[in-house]
Design a protein around this ligand. Structure first.
Ligand code: HEM
Length: 363
């Protein structure tokens, strides 16, 4: 989350060390179970004919809550602000602040979006701003600018889409490290062969990371076996079409991809059993649609390269932290003083018995 806020919006948060950070609390709330949504979801599954009604009820509840808090301030005591509203408010403030201080010299996402911002509040679908070239009388290509509302909505989306996803994927990586000790050792040797924190900067460089093929395969294999957003790839048919051996699919049908079936299909991933963790299977060229944890096509995950890089850096940094930890133990210095940041402790809490055992031997 710290990384998203910093790279995306130039905001330096410190959630690793401050579990009460309001941005962290609100983002966690977005993912916390919502009883009303749960009930409406079950009703929508059971009585599909009334789906539109359930949707209207859900949206009306949000508006009622917002209206009550806005127009009858005393209700603020009993009704919490919705985390979505809070985050959107921060996003709008962030835009205003950045507009006020002007160019920051940063190339973060917010700056890029502000540079393409339109002065209009809303742009109708299909409308766009044109840049006319007076010299040649040739109409310049269509330039679609984005509005302030779209920027705040995108800040919200990036924060939500980029937080839980990468952290859950990293949790699965630690699970794999603990349950496949041989792979763990192999990965460690691979990192050692490519990166020496004593001679290089404490953080690996981009050039170092892109050379590390086994690290890349390790993460891809984890996401093959544990795709963290299997239900996220949904599409709606815009025309009637026909699938051989299946039948007709009418216009408007909602379609979800069966990611598990693809990721564990022996014809796509053999000859080794797809239920075995084996990163090297990625050294063989596979069907382009066999691995889709980030979706596919023009609306696939825009954060894919960012997420992969983030995960690789975390894994390498975990290794660096282990080295520092070993040095501390060896010198018998108070760990808390020596290790900067609490994050290493959090990571250790995630590791299970086997990995702890391995860790003991390593130390
Ligand atoms: C391991 C980490 C991640 C996984 C597995 C993941 C997975 C996905 C999937 C499956 C989709 C739907 C794609 C489709 O329908 O074809 C998606 C969409 C999206 N993701 Fe990610 N994601 C990850 C990290 C991130 C990060 C770090 C960001 C932002 C920095 C991000 C931003 C988005 C956005 C904005 C969309 C919507 C794209 C669109 O509709 O055009 N994701 N992601």
């Amino acid at each position: 989350m710290d990384t998203i806020w910093s790279c995306g919006f130039g905001l330096d948060t410190d959630m690793q060390n401050n579990v009460n950070d309001p941005y962290l609390l609100m983002s966690q709330k977005v993912f916390s179970p919502n009883i009303i949504l749960g009930i409406l979801f079950i009703l929508a599954l059971l009585i599909t004919e009334l789906t539109a009604v359930w949707r209207i009820i859900f949206w009306s509840l949000g508006s009622i809550r917002y209206g009550l808090r806005r127009y009858i301030p005393v209700t603020k005591r009993f009704i919490d602000e919705s985390p979505g509203t809070w985050i959107l408010k921060q996003a709008t403030e962030m835009i205003e602040k950045r507009k006020h201080i002007g160019q920051t010299g940063r190339t973060d996402l917010l700056q890029l979006m502000l540079e393409s911002m339109s002065d209009e509040d809303f742009i109708q679908e299909g409308q766009a701003s044109f840049e006319k070239n007076d010299d040649t009388e040739v109409e310049a290509p269509l330039v679609r600018k984005i509005t302030k509302h779209e920027i705040s909505a995108n800040i919200f989306l990036f924060m939500i889409a980029g937080y839980e996803t990468t952290s859950t994927a990293l949790a699965y990586v630690t699970y794999v490290l603990s349950t496949y000790p041989d792979e763990q050792r192999k990965l460690q040797e691979h990192i050692d062969a490519h990166f020496n924190p004593e001679t290089e900067h404490i953080m690996p460089t981009y050039e170092t990371i892109v050379k590390m093929d086994y690290l890349d395969m390790f993460i891809r294999e984890t996401l093959r076996m544990f795709p963290i957003a299997p239900m996220a790839i949904t599409r709606q048919s815009v025309d009637d079409f026909h699938i051989k051996g299946f039948g007709a699919i009418p216009t408007g049908t909602l379609i979800t991809v069966d990611m598990f079936n693809l990721h564990f299909n022996p014809n796509l991933w053999g000859p080794l059993d797809p239920y075995e963790f084996h990163p090297e299977r990625f050294a063989t060229k596979r069907h382009p649609m066999a691995w889709i944890p980030f979706g596919a096509g023009p609306r696939n995950c825009v954060g894919m390269r960012f997420a992969l890089l983030e995960m690789k850096m975390q894994l390498m940094y975990l290794k660096v932290s282990l080295t520092i930890l070993c040095q501390c133990l060896h010198l018998n210095l108070p760990l808390k003083k020596k290790i900067e940041g609490q994050f290493i402790y959090l990571r250790f809490q995630l590791l299970d018995q086997q990995f702890r055992f391995d860790l003991d031997r390593y130390l």
